[in-house]
Design a protein. Structure first.
Length: 417
């Protein structure tokens, strides 16, 4: 049986964490923005690599040769996911670690008096590396402002923010709090008018949207596999024209050619093997001649399914008089919902949902601390955040709705406006 035209039962069968011998105590995972559950494809890929013998690189023996081959396969698969070239893909510990390493490398391109542009909407992982770089070099930091009325960036102000002094623009593709999808092509186009480099944080976007690195036109794109059904592995895509001349801190005997020069030390080989499996899960949801075709079709299926569930949640939260939903009233958005309840601490809400409904719903500022300060949510413990993944069901959404209504009823004397 298919739900909403989407093979939900087939999808759920690919995630062992969703199973339980006790039907009454199954965990409901609504914490996808913080990290999705791992598909069995990813687990099997990791286990297969470990079981067959692990090794370091560039040896003459079979397991080393197999490891070299697996890493190149992983680059090819990631390239098909993100619409880039294989030699533009590098792996690392996570997005944040890669961002700081790249920021250090970009120091040679930026001097005192130059300008770096970041945003008030983004996760701090796409803000602080670049602010740190600016502070070290005496560059100026400028912010693309956040509009608290519609939870989007004020892109109409780009003409005054991005100038001939701009050397780097860092912007997120999608907010991990409001779900806002930013027109990064427009930001990139404006930056390129002045020859500035563009860094895109796609961590929250990749699990929900098709990505085309070449079409965006940016120089750097970062994401993390644990946000799209895989293990904790960071991924950097750097345009070959920049990658070739990018100086990196590395050991003297280590490779000098890209992408290998960014991958300092021994990588998490079993984790990278898991990335292959995670992307295979997406690929298997689609049809097409090439792997890229199948991945794009799989992402389209995910996007369509999540949109239907999202409309249900958005309408529900918007109709509750004691709930404030922080979500743009129009435009493209990911299935991520941040809200507060009048006179209630967000940690109390999520703790109650966990205890009463075995539901994974997160709270806090989710490192979008600048936006949290602008919107004044720190005083209530930040937001309550529910985020969907393709393994969530309509029945789980209904349980969430029942849980919120029950919480409001329980605390109704404290939540009247």
């Amino acid at each position: 049986m298919k739900e909403l035209g989407f093979p939900i039962e087939q999808v759920r069968s690919r995630f062992p964490a969703l199973g339980s011998l006790d039907e009454e105590n199954k965990v409901i995972f609504f914490d996808g923005p913080g990290g999705t559950q791992m598909s069995d494809y990813a687990m099997e890929s990791m286990y297969r690599y470990i079981r067959n013998g692990m090794a370091n690189l560039h040896g003459t023996f079979s397991t080393s040769i197999a490891t070299d081959s697996m890493l190149e396969e992983a680059r090819e698969v990631v390239a098909d996911l993100l619409g880039c070239k294989c030699n533009e893909v590098a792996f690392g510990a996570n997005m944040t670690t890669l961002a700081f390493a790249i920021a250090r490398s970009l120091a040679s391109f930026i001097k005192e008096g130059d300008e770096i542009v970041v945003t008030e909407l983004d996760h701090r992982a796409n803000v602080d590396p670049w602010i740190t770089l600016a502070n070290d070099l005496g560059a100026t930091v400028k912010f693309i402002k956040f509009d608290p009325n519609n939870f989007t960036l004020k892109l109409d102000e780009l003409d005054t923010i991005i100038t001939e002094k701009t050397k780097l623009v860092a912007v997120g593709m999608s907010s991990n709090v409001t779900g806002t999808i930013t027109d990064v092509k427009a930001v990139t186009a404006k930056a390129k008018e002045f020859g500035a480099m563009v860094m895109i944080d796609a961590v929250h976007a990749v699990p929900h949207l098709p990505i085309d690195f070449r079409d965006i036109g940016c120089d750097i794109l970062l994401c993390s596999a644990y946000k799209f059904f895989g293990p904790h592995v960071g991924i950097a895509v750097i345009h070959e024209a920049l990658f070739e001349k990018l100086p990196v801190y590395k050991l003297h005997p280590a490779p000098t050619e890209f992408p290998y020069k960014l991958e300092t030390g021994t990588q998490n080989h079993e984790g990278i093997a898991g990335v292959i499996g995670a992307i295979r899960f997406i690929e298997d949801l689609g049809n097409g001649v090439t792997r890229r075709d199948r991945i794009l079709a799989g992402m389209a299926a995910i996007e369509e399914y999540e949109k239907e569930l999202s409309e249900d949640i958005e309408g529900f939260l918007n109709d509750l008089p004691n709930v404030r939903l922080f979500r743009a009233p129009s435009g493209a958005k990911t299935p991520t919902f941040a809200f507060t309840i009048d006179n209630q601490n967000s940690r109390d809400v999520t703790s109650w949902l966990a205890k009463e409904y075995n539901m994974c719903v997160a709270d806090g500022d989710f490192y979008a601390s600048t936006m949290a300060g602008i919107l004044g949510v720190h005083e209530v413990g930040g937001w309550v955040r529910i985020g969907l993944a393709p393994y969530n069901t309509k029945e789980e959404v209904q349980i969430f709705k029942n849980g919120i209504l029950a919480y409001l009823e329980l605390h109704k004397t404290n939540t009247v406006r």
